[in-house]
Design a protein around this ligand. Structure first.
Ligand code: IVH
Length: 675
């Protein structure tokens, strides 16, 4: 077989396996076999670029013309649906919509209403030509590059393909993917996403398709739009079967029924099994199945009369609020949370739910002993909605934040202007220490595998660790003192601790648990200052020179750095060999010609971008500050330098040009001599 034939054969085979896996959910080969075929395809494509089919599986990212988010006119308007909020409203819809039919409708299609975002997909000659959002129903936005990354959206259709077909469906983020994403967010110290739907919508609006691809979105197709050169089909069900044959992902939970009573039974069943699925549903869609019936009953201005969405309410349950407890986090922030009689709501059993802060507890007026309403809507994070006042026992006292911390006995205070109370015990507070140490070893920080909460607790109880630097003193013999710890697990933990010494600087800074310094900000600080001492010596101007870093973060970093205990901790970490440097571009320049020199850079330089100039200063041991003061050693002024140059001149701070700056990097700078 020649290469071209083998290439076509591989493409066909891989498309078939892709379809079985992502569309039908019933693969016939395992991942290894798939990978082998895929690799062979990639090898042929690399060796013979002329053979590459632009609808190849390897072209999910980067092959569509890039007119992302440009307006596109829908061939047929994308209507939305009217809602029925109760069975009475559903019955009223049934009466209204069928009154113009001479006989009972010819069947109903019952479908789950997927809580995601609507998409229109157009295929020309069997190839995906365009993906668009719904927009206002007439005009949507082009999201072709992004939808191409969704593996359950076929790039090519199967079988006897029409000249043109346009289908509609719902893009969604599987609940399992959403939960994994939030797990990663938490590990990296980032805020959790609110719910799968918003996250899916945000994902298809990414400028970079590979960011969309990372999210593992999926699709269910539920409607046929424009067709040219396809068969004439008499029912919605037949249309969906045809679309399934073309390779589209059609929800197997759809059902075609004959009578209204069966519609109601479908709704009951779907409600019961609402949370058995890996996607969120916010209702059930009922459609008249016969296209002839649909044409007779027609449309209103905004929605079809032949379909209705039976809305499911966000799930709520009541349960007993046993108590309100507090947790002291790694920064000392005190968070009250509800401890409840376990209750099954929205597909999970809930016992605890955060109450955020004392103000929130009072706003909601929930008191220990209350019966409370717990909701888990589209949101995966359960929420205490409020008390059922009719069921409040007489004399129930409101909750108050304890005046002293139950973990350390130190006062709890509410800092001026803040919502969150703080424990004043520092790291003598056991709760805070435990969270801090756990955080230090977590994946988003120093990534010390094996340093979970239980291990941290035991090590603290045994008096073996008191702060992060102590972790680096641990030896196999120490760890073996813990119950159930053998030689192998002890060695593994020691090895993980050793490996953590070379973590990137941003991870270390994040691990230090500085207020307001999350994972992203920590990495920015590392990239900007390049060494931990440089970051800790920086003043507010220098810190706020980082894009997106404001005075609150700067103040917090400066306060942390000015605490001698923290400085001592950093020194001890350094003495243990924990890396204090950002590897940057791999340049670690010697000699440090600019050691201790404080430099302001202003205007445009020819030979350096602003970031390169800053990096060059830091590489040579100098410090870049944001604004000119009498403590500035020298100002480097490029073209169009403005007020900073003037200020330097008025303060008598030397100003040098780009050439002198280049020379300075090599020869150094002498105070008082100028350049
Ligand atoms: S049919 C003309 N079926 O709900 C009827 N819509 O407000 C077109 N949706 O915009 C919609 N699951 O985004 C239909 N099985 C389903 C659906 C569904 C979710 C969404 C769709 C639509 C909105 C209606």
């Amino acid at each position: 077989m020649n290469t071209q034939d083998r290439y076509r054969q591989l493409l066909d085979e891989l498309r078939e396996h892709n379809h079985r896996y992502h569309v039908l959910g019933s693969p016939t080969i395992d991942d290894n076999e798939y990978d082998l075929l895929y690799r062979e395809l990639v090898e042929i494509e690399e060796a013979h670029p002329d053979l590459v089919d632009m609808a190849s599986l390897t072209r999910r990212i980067g092959a569509a013309p890039d007119d992302a988010f440009a307006p596109v006119q829908h061939r047929e308007r994308m209507f939305s649906l009217d809602n029925a909020m109760s069975l009475d409203e559903l019955a009223a819809w049934y009466e209204r919509s069928t009154s113009s039919l001479e006989r009972a409708p010819n069947g109903f299609s019952c479908e789950l209403k997927i809580d995601g975002l609507a998409v229109s997909l157009t295929y020309i000659d069997g190839r995906l030509a365009q993906g668009a959002t719904r927009g206002d129903g007439s005009i949507g936005e082009n999201i072709t590059s992004n939808v191409r990354t969704i593996k359950s959206i076929p790039l090519t259709l199967r079988g006897d393909v029409p000249d043109l077909v346009e289908v509609r469906g719902e893009i969604y983020l599987p609940v399992s993917e959403f939960e994994a994403l939030n797990q990663r967010q938490a590990e990296e110290g980032e805020k959790p996403y609110i719910n799968p739907r918003n996250t899916a919508a945000g994902s298809v609006r990414q400028k970079d398709p590979s960011a969309t691809a990372d999210r593992n979105l999926a699709v269910w197709i539920y409607q046929l739009g424009a067709v040219e050169g396809g068969p004439l089909l008499g029912t919605h069900t037949a249309q969906m079967e045809w679309l399934g044959d073309l390779g589209f992902r059609i929800n197997p939970a759809n059902a075609t029924v004959a009578t209204y009573d069966e519609v109601v039974a479908y709704i009951e069943d779907a409600t019961t099994h609402r949370h058995d699925r890996d996607y969120e549903t916010d209702g059930i869609v009922i459609k008249l199945d016969a296209i002839g019936d649909q044409q007779q009953v027609g449309f209103t201005a905004r929605s079809p009369r032949w379909a209705i969405a039976f809305k499911l309410p966000p799930e709520e349950r009541t349960t007993l609020l046993r108590s309100i407890e507090i947790n002291v986090g790694r920064t000392g922030a005190v968070t009250p949370y509800a401890v409840m009689e376990p209750v099954f709501v929205g597909g999970v059993t809930v016992t605890n739910a955060t109450l955020h802060n004392e103000g929130e507890v009072h706003r909601k007026d929930v008191r220990p002993g209350d019966t409370v309403v717990v909701r888990r809507a589209g949101d995966v994070i359960p929420e205490v909605v409020g008390p059922v006042l009719e069921r409040r026992p007489p004399g129930l006292a409101p909750w108050a934040m304890p005046a002293v911390c139950p973990f350390c006995g130190n006062p709890i205070v509410l800092p001026e202007g803040q919502a969150k109370a703080k424990c004043t015990g520092g790291y003598t507070c056991k709760s805070r220490l435990r969270e801090y140490l756990f955080h230090f070893g977590s994946r988003g920080a120093m990534d010390i595998e094996g340093l979970g909460y239980r291990t941290v607790d035991t090590l603290v109880d045994l008096g073996l660790i008191d702060d992060p630097a102590d972790i680096y003193d641990l030896e196999v013999a120490d760890l073996r003192r813990m119950e159930g710890w053998g030689e192998i697990s002890a060695r593994n933990l020691v090895a993980a601790i050793e490996r953590s010494k070379t973590r990137p600087l941003g991870k270390l800074i994040f691990g230090l648990g500085i207020d307001h310094v999350g994972g992203t900000v920590a990495s920015q600080i590392a990239a900007h200052f390049r060494t931990l001492p440089a970051a800790l010596d920086a003043d507010e101007d220098a810190i706020t020179a980082i894009n997106g870093v404001g005075p609150e973060i700067a103040g917090s970093l400066i306060a942390w750095a000015s605490d001698p205990e923290n400085r001592d901790l950093v020194d001890r970490l350094a003495a243990h060999g924990v890396s204090m440097k950002d590897p940057g571009n791999g340049r670690d320049v010697e000699p440090k010609t600019l050691a201790g020199v404080s430099i302001v850079i202003t205007g445009t330089l020819d030979g350096f971008s602003r970031d390169e100039a800053k990096a060059a200063v830091v590489d040579h041991g100098g410090k870049v500050v944001g604004s000119v003061s009498s403590r500035t050693d020298v100002v480097v002024a490029g073209q169009n330098a403005g007020s900073k140059r003037a200020k330097a001149e008025s303060l008598g701070v030397p100003v040098v040009d780009e050439d002198a700056f280049s020379l300075m990097l090599v020869e150094g700078f002498e105070r008082g001599v100028g350049a």
